[in-house]
Write a protein that binds this ligand. Structure first.
Ligand SMILES: [Zn+2]
Length: 414
């Protein structure tokens, strides 16, 4: 039987608890993948796995929930860089594979893993149904177990039930805290990756960060150093909590749409300023995020056309109209407090796809430079994923330089 349970973020309507009502020798117990069974969330740092550059000094690691800042953290600071506590390759990215990878961890790491606070609450309906059925079968057999053979069968059933629950807890916690380690959003789409490369992983620090749609840190995988980094995307002051967006980008839309999408992804409740209707900034966020949704919907047909080589290419007038739309998106993103890669991607798109095609080279250089600066802020200078942004900046600068040289030559000639 699956029961509704408070998720720790407030009221919840999701099923994340399995209640076992067993008899005498197996006292009634409640098992769940969330953090209620381990008490207040505490950051368990393993120095050999986690390079904490400033957090230990700046953050109260004994906070009961999340990471709270106790000294100023400047914008762009790398707060942490850590190896996965549990990383899973493409071949192992399934219910059994995740459990087997967990079983290979040391006892200390297994304990740390099971103590992680849940970020999302995924559902495993077939497995949960199976556990419910096993409980029913156990109860049926319990009342009938009068002989040694029957009692042996009961013990075997009990053992199977314990393993099934352990597998469910491990998988729930993995999916509930997992970070994608690829540039693609869906781990299953990474068909080109070698089998031994982890495609997703669970990390101690990232699992402690609370959800916000107006986050102050950016969490990113650095495939060069093989560390998950956490960078401050703006200056963070004492008393503030470090918050991250645990959903993919492209989430700048109205509160109702976002709440539904968050829930579909297992995030039961977000109490950030954009999601808390009593917050003083709620209307401000709602206004700008609604605008972003409208403008993005307006420009999607043109983006699709530019990405499809067989489609008729847009006219200069259409590109100019698209430039205005993207500038509106960027303006609203800035006003909605966006400091993460969403803003950076739009600046790159504007420079690469619109301004260069329109011959607005000075503006393209400016936007490309802002995109590189933003990427450095979000993922760090040493992350190889910064290269496409640097390439666009270089290309725009070269075109502008060549245009200026041509203009100079033309002027001297005339
Ligand atoms: Zn929110």
């Amino acid at each position: 039987m699956v029961q509704l349970e408070d998720d720790g973020y407030g009221s919840s309507t999701s099923s994340d608890t399995i209640v076992l009502a067993l008899h005498s020798d197996m006292s009634t117990s409640t098992l769940r993948p969330g953090d209620h069974d381990i008490g207040p969330g505490r950051l368990v740092l393993q120095p050999e796995n986690c390079e904490m550059h400033t957090v230990l000094r700046n953050v109260d690691v004994h906070a009961t929930r999340g990471l709270h800042v106790t000294a100023p953290i400047p914008e762009g600071t790398r707060i942490s860089a850590e190896k996965p506590l549990l990383g899973v390759t493409k071949a192992d990215y399934n219910y059994i594979g995740i459990y087997e990878a967990f079983e290979k961890l040391s006892a200390v790491d297994q304990d740390s893993f099971l103590r992680l606070k849940m970020v999302r609450y995924p559902e495993f309906k077939p497995q949960e149904k199976n556990i419910d059925n096993m409980i029913l079968e156990y109860e049926r057999n319990y009342s009938l177990a009068n002989t040694d053979g029957e009692r042996q069968k009961l013990a075997s059933l009990e053992e199977s039930l314990r393993i099934a629950i352990r597998m469910w807890r491990v998988n729930s916690r993995f999916q509930g805290n997992m970070n994608d380690l690829t540039t693609n959003s869906e781990p299953n789409s990474c068909t080109a990756l070698p089998d031994d490369v982890p495609i997703c992983g669970v990390f101690r620090t990232a699992s402690v960060l609370s959800q916000s749609c107006v986050p102050n840190v950016c969490v990113a995988w650095n495939k060069g150093t093989k560390r998950l980094t956490v960078h401050a995307t703006r200056a963070i002051y004492p008393g503030e909590e470090l918050t991250a967006s645990h959903i993919s980008s492209n989430f700048y839309c109205k509160f109702a749409e976002r709440a539904k999408a968050l829930r579909e992804r297992g995030i039961l409740r977000c109490t950030c300023p954009a999601c808390n209707i009593n917050h003083v900034s709620f209307i401000h966020h709602e206004f700008h995020r609604t605008n972003i949704g409208v403008e993005v919907r307006n420009i999607i047909p043109l983006i699709t056309r530019l990405q499809t080589p067989t489609s008729p290419q847009p006219s200069l007038a259409e590109l100019a109209a698209a430039e205005v739309t993207v500038l509106k998106v960027i303006d609203s993103l800035v006003k909605a407090g966006c400091r993460d890669m969403e803003l950076v991607w739009w600046r790159k798109y504007l420079a690469e796809e619109l301004l260069l095609r329109l011959g607005k080279w000075t503006a393209a250089v400016a936007q490309a430079r802002l995109a590189v600066k933003g990427t450095e802020r979000c993922i760090g200078l040493d992350n190889p994923d910064i290269e496409p942004f640097r390439r666009i900046q270089k290309r725009a600068e070269e075109i502008l330089r060549s245009y200026k040289a041509d203009a100079k030559e033309f002027c001297s000639f005339t």
